[in-house]
Write a protein of this length. Sequence first.
Length: 289
Amino acid sequence: MRITGFDYQRVPVADGVSLDVAVAGTGSPIVLLHGFPETHLMWRHVAADLAADHTVLCPDLRGYGGSDKPADTGETYSKRTMAADVVAVAKAFGHDRFALAGHDRGALVALRAGLDHPDEVSHLAILDVLPTLDMWDVLHGTGAAVGFHLYLMAQPPGLPEQLIAAAPDVFFGHFLDAWTRRGDAIPADVRAAYLEASRNAVTSIVADYRASAGIDVEHDKADRAAGNRLTMPLTVLQQDWGAALGYDAVALWQAWATDLDHRTVTSGHFMAEESPSEVVKALRDLLTR
């Protein structure tokens, strides 16, 4: 499936790795990064609106959708590597500086891009995640059951891939159903596209998550120890996970950012599909800062 009105290009980003990228519009650029278990299609409503006055780039992350899925060498799916992909995509379209928004896994890539490439990322939006280091810190007791997939995919290669591949539609479909509050937010054809894409990417999706239990944590620890922070305007949209899991979401983000606008939403996890107008407003507000 494709986003109506968008052109599609295959963009080399590293040796032997290319990403599928949907592009439309003119004006100042913004890159939109999808989450799990989805593809760039999750941005279809938001992207169409923003393309009226911005150049909008929607790639499938490496390991997802139509993008390449290289074998994992330990750093292949680190958020640092995936963030470098995003910078390469923007530059391939002639943009040395761009706004960046990410949801879920894409938000972790966006966060790393903001820390590693502050001269390239002018504005940053994060949808419904915490920084990797904080995510592991707030999961404890029975409340951690909500993140069972994080622990499953953190296991050494072999076990999680086999378990998930045995019933991929059940596994990935669980999250599409459990994390959505509006039943009509993900139509049947879009849901089927997500399931097919995820079914064909079990190994690389697990590698992405495994990195967040290893090398991504090390990168976050190094930034925290060095006092590195996000210096560009940052907007964070989140469900009220702080109330559910017992932490102060605003305080956690203030430790990482110098210019924060934190907003709590009432939609489910897939807010760009459940409440696209709210997301568009937040992004347009961000771009004026």
